[in-house]
Design a protein around this ligand. Structure first.
Ligand code: PHE
Ligand code: CO
Length: 285
């Protein structure tokens, strides 16, 4: 059955995926026959470049889990990844034609199903692609689904999303996804490291987020984070730093109903707002 395509924000671009392929829950089959030899080669080159950048920039949990993606010289089959992922943490990945609306997205996560866009960027988009593609979704998101604590957090986020939808608080909750799942940093004895998918799948932002003196790196704090707007068209000005994945799970476990009421009373902070007396983590060496 055909579902409506999704465009977030204002855009003149036609939606890129073919949503006529999608079922009511927005999932579809991974269209493996669509991939040309050139696509497999683009994926191989993206993987090779990004994997080479990880030491000293990505967290150890991510680096250790990356080989679970399997093939690095061609786009992997989702079924092969699921053969390892399901036994590891109970998660599975499901193909989608592209971005999907909030409620279906939260519903999949709540069922431990992670939506992965099945098409790949074109070679001319090697350095930057506007919408998430199969490389971003697989390379960026799937390795940490093998981590038990992080895997539980993503499911809790999906359940929390369904609740936020009822409370009209999706905007605030989405900041949590943005600043953790997409752009999160974590502190380690060797300095800050990246765990967010938007950073880990980006050739430029990976070093920027961890090593550049430009952005500020502040301690993860749910209220501070939910007050802070984010940038969708440039590198982030502010990154939030976890002490551990357990901190992320524990800090987001309480009922957010009172937090949403509180945060909606407070002034918003700009993406680059500097808060007085706030601890900042140094850039990694
Ligand atoms: N505990 C949050 C709530 O009650 C849900 C949530 C969990 C949100 C994990 C984000 C991450 O709404
Ligand atoms: Co993403």
């Amino acid at each position: 059955m055909a579902v409506a395509p999704v465009v977030y924000g204002s855009s003149d671009r036609p939606p890129r995926g073919d949503y006529t392929r999608a079922a009511d829950d927005y999932t579809c089959e991974q269209d493996y026959a669509q991939y040309s030899p050139a696509d497999h080669d683009t994926y191989r080159r993206l993987y090779e470049r990004q994997a080479a950048l990880l030491p000293g920039l990505a967290c150890d949990e991510f680096i250790a889990a990356l080989p679970n993606l399997g093939a690095r010289d061609r786009i992997p089959r989702f079924a092969d990844i699921n053969g390892r992922l399901k036994p590891a943490t109970g998660w599975q990945i499901v193909a989608v034609p592209g971005l999907i609306p909030e409620v279906p997205f939260f519903s999949l996560l709540a069922r431990r199903l992670f939506p992965v866009t099945d098409w790949l960027r074109k070679p001319e988009e090697f350095d930057y692609v506007v919408e998430p593609d199969v490389f971003h979704d697989l390379f960026g998101h799937v390795p940490l689904l093998f981590n038990p604590v992080f895997a539980d957090y993503i499911q809790a986020y999906g359940q929390g999303g369904l609740k936020a939808e009822r409370l009209g608080s999706c905007e605030h909750l989405s900041r949590l996804y943005w600043y953790t799942v997409e752009f999160g940093l974590i502190d380690t004895p060797a300095g800050v490291r990246a765990y967010g998918a938007g950073i880990l799948s980006s050739a430029g932002e990976l070093a920027h987020s961890v090593r550049s003196p430009e952005p500020q790196r502040v301690a993860f704090d749910v209220m501070r984070l939910m007050r802070t707007r984010y940038k969708i068209d440039s590198y982030q000005s502010t990154y939030f730093v976890l002490k551990s994945f357990a901190e992320l799970f524990d800090a987001t476990a309480p009922d957010f109903t009172p937090l949403y009421a509180q945060v909606s009373q407070q002034t918003e902070l700009a993406a680059d707002a500097v808060v007085a007396d706030e601890h900042r983590y140094p850039a990694a060496a």
